[in-house]
Design a protein around this ligand. Sequence first.
Ligand code: GLC
Length: 666
Amino acid sequence: MVQSKSPRATLAFWLGSRSASAHADPGFLSRLGFRFEAIAELALRLYGPRLDDRDAFMLRIADLLAEAHASRPAELRSADAEREARIALGGSPWYLEPGLAVYMAYLDRFAGDFRGLKERLPHLERLGVRLLHLMPFFPAPEGNNDGGYAVSDYLGVHPGLGEVSDLVETAAELHRRGMYLAADFVLNHCSDEHPWALAAKRGDGRHRAFFHIFPDRSEPDRYERSMPEVFPETAPGNFTWVPEAGGWVMTVFHRFQWDLDWSNPEVFVEMLRAMLVLANRGIDLLRLDAVPYLWKRVGTECRNLDEAHDIVRLLKACADVAAPGLAFLAEAIVQPSEIVRYLDSGGRGECQLAYHASLMVLLWDALATGKTTVLSRSFGEETRLAPGTGWISYARCHDDIGLGYDEEKILRAGFTPRAHRRFLLDFYSGRYPGSFARGRLFMEDPRTGDARISGTCASLCGLEKAIEEGDEAAAALAVARICLLHGLAASLTGLPLVYSGDELGLTNDFSWQDDPALADDNRWMHRPRVGAEVLARASVEGTVESQVMSSIARFLRLRKDIPSFAPDAPFEVLHSPDERVVLCVRGSRTGGAVRPVLVAGNFSAEPLSVSFQALPSRIGSPARDLLDPDLSPRRPYAAPGDGHIELGPYGLAWIELLGDARLDDS
Ligand code: GLC
């Protein structure tokens, strides 16, 4: 091994020896100088033992960053500079802009392809979302490719969706409209048809080392002792025998998704290169798919290991040098206490956003039980975040709902964890007597009795059943439930996310059952197509589509002008005098001019009235309900102190309070 220089000496050598450095932009050089030590520390901690020449490795990283920055288009560089300046002037980072909301869609199901997307942008503008997350649009194998999450080329675009130039043009068009683009960075695994996997199958040693391939079962068996399974029903085990590769390949997700071996520095370099290319195409936010799984170690669950965090920090530090406007979103659907570890706490530079998977589960819990006990007790415990980071709050996404919360919380709320889980599974699969939901169990594991839940927001909220039974009153309640969940996601914390089709109240789509490529994955029931007819119905007053669309659009429009609903504004969950109601006050860290807002949500089909007297006096007196259609001042709270919050069935209120509620969420 070559003795390594200090990072400073390596950087000085790089500056002196590379002609690129002479032409580099001064901003780039100062960011490189500022971050190089941290980059070297992380890189050498992760890869030092496997490197023959550590200095050469660091020089390669510096070269890659310089090349990427040199080819970064001028518009993106100026956007970077603007974003940096805003933060320097004390403003919020772009991804925490007040009013920002996310829309998540499969490009083909939402718009056909990149060209069709242009025609859908007015719909997004009407809805009031400005950050568009397009799920994987990369080349992927024909047939089952896990909705594109088996990537065959990180740098290409799936031929059915368009070309690279369409992606670049889409990003530019979104930027022109003041919008942002998010894309997946599927970094834990690639498809078994990726050129790296094909080369590994041909016996190419360099590429075999990109994956975890074992000649016999001895190592896989050792791993299996502690590794849980992601898809126990359709892809049991974590390894697949691949005859062409002459070995057992680690495939934690599907058999056709080969886990990359991130302990190999060559994998890091190739993925860093891909990440920088994506950033230079105009992507503002990368969703780090399955990020907890990046590092594997025998004897562990192979999830949430410290090295996975180091990899994210290293990638982020590199992005901060070459594409400083780029932000990361953690897709970490793990225990609540683990999710927060992926956020950028203590300035260690990890992800800036994370899905609030715990809040999502708690909302569904409250809807099934009609009680907010678990929600009110648990929401808020792990949710206090460092400045500069935020949650994405949502009701549904393209994945199943996993009931991943701490048993302790269920116990404290007075439920038995096992029975409670069973109840939720029965409820949402429609088996529980009186259930309004029409979902299905996903990945039922007969050994553990565990399962997750599939179904669209509307079907889980009762719309499918109500329509089938021609029950208008039940349909109205279902619509109210959909709106309650979205209204809470828009007001409790973070940035709200609307999952494609939910804004139109789309019910389950059963066409997946007839497609052999999709038939063994019932998550496709909640991935409906958004056709032109459905969009047209959204403009016809009185239709379900228009009711849901206009309510969600209204929430998103109103919240933009409510400073207490800034994505990173603090919140405090209050004790609710009625267990069917959740009460949460949003305020600011500094108090002052920011008026606090009380969010109240009724999880029952009864109209309810909650007395203000039950609320702590320090939160201020009620002024007006911001959701009241005529917004008449002080109605119905003419006499602060003895007023009531009136909530309709599954009703929601945003009550502006007079007074200074400084919330300390540190
Ligand atoms: C993520 C995606 C999911 C996919 C998995 C494997 O969890 O959200 O849809 O199956 O990663 O890539």
